[in-house]
Design a binder for this molecule. Structure first.
Ligand SMILES: [Zn+2]
Ligand SMILES: [Zn+2]
Ligand SMILES: [Zn+2]
Ligand SMILES: [Zn+2]
Length: 748
């Protein structure tokens, strides 16, 4: 019995020894495998920040959490060596999200503080803090001591630096990142040849550059990070990063590691996904056979330059696209419109709103239109409508479209604007009368018919009509002191042109060897730059030159006339200086400018206005004398001729050039309406033909006798000699008619 119990005791002891020996062997084996792998942790959070937004917004969040959680888990599982790179110091202001530092560590190097904390967790591992800024100059040296690199950085240049570093030293890069509520994790630059568990043919995973050949624009990085990052997200990514590192160390194959795959975590719905990444790029700038980068470069400069280039390229594409879409819009094709997004204080225009192509709408089926006589909706066949539609969208350019619509829509002021209270202005707008051409005849149709046939919206019509009516904003005074004095000091001589001298316009000619105003401007900019003064713009310069009545072209001799002769002939009293614009504005009249078609080559048409606005003429009695006396007729003369014609077979043709609503309001009996604004193209030709066929005289009429002169002049220039003598213009217009012939004729 003693022997039995003795053996039993021996077995128990041996078992204990065996178990201890097994434990010892296991520990030795474990330590042996783990010591083969050293791990470097990149805690380099503020290495040359990509931009300030990145640094302050998510820079401080991601790397600390990520790296701290990864270091802690690595420390718990590894008996090797860990290096920590961080040049920052511990600050109380951000200690709340940093689990490796305590309040007592303030002002201590973060790398040192982290190392201390980690040693207290696991004293068997060697932890080396690197209190330096990781850069191209020191990265190779640090990395050469380790086998795996964890990228916990927060900025794009560091990512490229670490990637190139790992590719060149053939070490895997375990890369984690987090934005807002999302995290990403993947392994770059994995090489199978170091792993004995890999049985397939040699394999190399993609590097960061294979996936992202060029860095994103800084503002894209900045805007994503504007909301920072939720602390636990990078913490979670850090844990998984540690797991990938451990898996790599213990020999997991590339199919088991996150190689050529990216793990995506979405904190919004707590979901994980894995997406496939691009395989290794055979043209990769750093990891391919055709690599162009063989040493570490200045990554901040690289990113900036790339971003700049990319931005330029994007701007080019954007403007190209804008042009294309505009072209499509103007020709009635489907296109993409703009929408505006507000981000903080900056507005951004994005062109992604699909707009359908222009289509002809259904014809008017209104019984009201069909019954009445005022609208001709039912007179148009579908073919005619289609013809109008395609003419409008295919044959007219944008300006032509505007004018076409303006020519077809009449604004009729309301008969009375009833005001509830004194001083309140009625908001009742003008009524619109719509027309369409039916074989060149302008026929009234209803609004629906008009809009549907042209395939446009009412807002477009209103916009086009308003823009035409809007008076030009008064010109701001030219801020051009240096131009003023420059022109004053130029050598000049007075004009010898008799017309100019007679009209007293005081033109001066520049005595310099310049042949054009452009050359003079070039000389001016050169002189200004020599004096270190910023030159005024070409436009401003041009305005001042005109204001000062200075000309470049000199008449060759005393009998020569200058290019202003036409203007002097036509308007003896209306020089630029005589026009007291401010005075007119104070009287609250709207000014429309009519540009003198004869202005010379060096006259800026913008500033040589001949004022023809009727509202202005009411205030300042400017009677233009465009036509010679023999082409004008006084009201009583005209009345006599019209009456004489009534008793014969001759018919005196009275052409009223006012707008249609004005014409409908009041007119001389027998007059025909040819609004001045519509007199071009076919309409003008029709008028000429009518004049040619007229067996009596032709008189042009308008309200005050100015527009009619313009039309008469245009007709005189266009028509054959033999018809010219019968053309006259009613001097003083209908106002004079009312005064001298028919006192009952309404004056407005
Ligand atoms: Zn690559
Ligand atoms: Zn209708
Ligand atoms: Zn002159
Ligand atoms: Zn002259």
């Amino acid at each position: 019995m003693d022997r039995i119990s003795k053996l039993e005791k021996e077995i128990i002891d041996l078992r204990r020894v065996l178990s201890n020996k097994e434990k010892e062997l296991y520990e030795i084996k474990k330590e042996y495998t783990q010591q083969q792998a050293n791990i470097q942790i990149e805690l380099e959070t503020q290495y040359t920040p990509y931009n300030n937004a990145v640094k302050t917004q998510y820079g401080d969040n991601l790397p600390k959490w990520a790296v701290e959680s990864s270091i802690i888990f690595l420390c718990l599982h590894i008996a090797g060596e860990i290096g920590i790179v961080d040049y920052d110091a511990v600050e109380l202001t951000n200690i709340h999200r940093q689990i490796l530092h305590g309040e007592g560590d303030q002002h201590m190097s973060k790398a040192e503080s982290a190392a201390q904390t980690l040693r207290s967790i696991n004293s068997r591992i060697t932890i080396t803090p690197y209190n330096v800024q990781l850069a191209s100059s020191n990265a190779m040296d640090i990395a050469s001591r380790y086998d795996v690199v964890l990228d916990c950085t927060d900025n794009v240049p560091s990512r490229y630096l670490l990637n190139d570093l790992c590719v060149m030293s053939k070490k895997p890069l375990i890369s984690g990142s987090a934005l807002k509520m999302e995290g990403q994790l993947t392994v770059y630059g994995y090489r199978s040849e170091k792993n004995t568990n890999e049985k397939d043919a040699p394999y190399i995973g993609p590097c960061y550059r294979c996936v992202f050949p060029s860095p994103p624009p800084p503002e894209a990085v900045g805007s994503c990070s504007a909301n920072g990052v939720a602390g636990p997200v990078p913490g979670l990514i850090g844990c998984l990063q540690a797991l990938e590192a451990i898996k790599y160390i213990v020999g997991h194959t590339h199919g088991q590691l996150l190689v050529e795959r990216m793990l995506l975590f979405d904190g919004e719905d707590s979901s994980f996904r894995t997406v496939k990444l691009r395989a290794r790029n055979p043209q990769c700038a750093v990891c391919s056979e055709n690599a162009t980068i063989s040493q570490l470069v200045d990554y901040e400069a690289f990113c900036k330059a790339q971003a700049k280039e990319k931005k330029k390229q994007e701007a080019r594409l954007k403007s190209e696209r804008r042009k294309q879409e505009k072209e499509k819009r103007m020709t009635g094709q489907s296109y993409y419109g703009f929408r505006v997004t507000k981000f903080a204080d900056t507005k951004k225009w994005i062109q992604d709103v699909p707009k359908s192509e222009r289509r002809i709408g259904p014809a008017c089926t209104s019984e009201f239109c069909a019954k009445g006589t005022a609208r001709f909706c039912s007179h148009f066949t579908e073919d005619q409508r289609q013809e109008i539609f395609s003419y409008f969208w295919n044959s007219l350019d944008w300006k032509g479209k505007k004018n076409y619509v303006r020519g077809l829509v009449d604004s009729v002021p309301p008969k009375r604007r009833r005001l509830k209270h004194k001083g309140e202005v009625s908001r009742k707008g003008d009524s619109k009368l719509y027309h369409l051409y039916n074989k060149d005849e302008r026929q009234p149709v209803c609004r629906l018919m008009f809009l549907n046939t042209l395939g446009i919206k009412e807002a477009m019509v209103r916009c086009w009509l308003i823009k035409e009516d809007k008076p030009k904003s008064p010109k701001k005074p030219v801020k051009s002191l240096n131009v003023d004095s420059y022109i004053d000091n130029l050598p000049k001589e007075p004009t010898k042109c008799q017309y100019c001298l007679n009209s007293g316009c005081n033109i001066m000619y520049v005595c310099l060897d310049v042949k054009s105003q452009h050359q003079l401007y070039n000389k001016y900019t050169k002189d200004m730059k020599a004096k270190n003064i910023a030159p005024a713009s070409r436009k401003t310069f041009s305005k001042v030159v005109l204001k000062k009545n200075v000309r470049i072209f000199k008449p060759k001799n005393d009998t020569d006339v200058c290019d202003l002769v036409a203007q002097h002939n036509v308007l003896p009293s209306l020089g630029y200086q005589n026009l007291q614009k401010n005075e007119l504005e104070n009287q609250n009249v709207s000014i429309n400018y009519y540009y003198n078609a004869q202005c010379g080559p060096n006259i800026d048409p913008c500033v040589t206005p001949i004022v023809i606005s009727s509202s202005l003429l009411q205030t300042v009695d400017l009677n233009l004398h465009i036509l010679p006396p023999e082409s004008r007729i006084l009201p009583d003369q005209l009345a006599g001729k019209v009456n004489a014609d009534l008793n014969s077979k001759r018919r005196h043709l009275l052409v009223d050039v006012r707008s249609e609503p004005e014409f409908n309001m009041c007119r001389i009996d027998g007059a025909v309406n040819c609004p001045i604004d519509n007199l071009h193209g076919a309409r003008f030709e029709q008028l000429l033909e009518r004049i040619r066929n007229c067996n009596s005289e032709v008189t042009f009429i308008c309200r005050r006798g100015n527009d009619s002169q313009i039309v008469a002049k245009k007709v005189l220039e266009a028509i054959e000699d033999e018809h010219r003598s019968k053309i006259t213009d009613l001097t003083g217009g209908l106002h004079a008619w009312s005064k001298h012939v028919d006192p009952n004729f309404p004056v407005y």
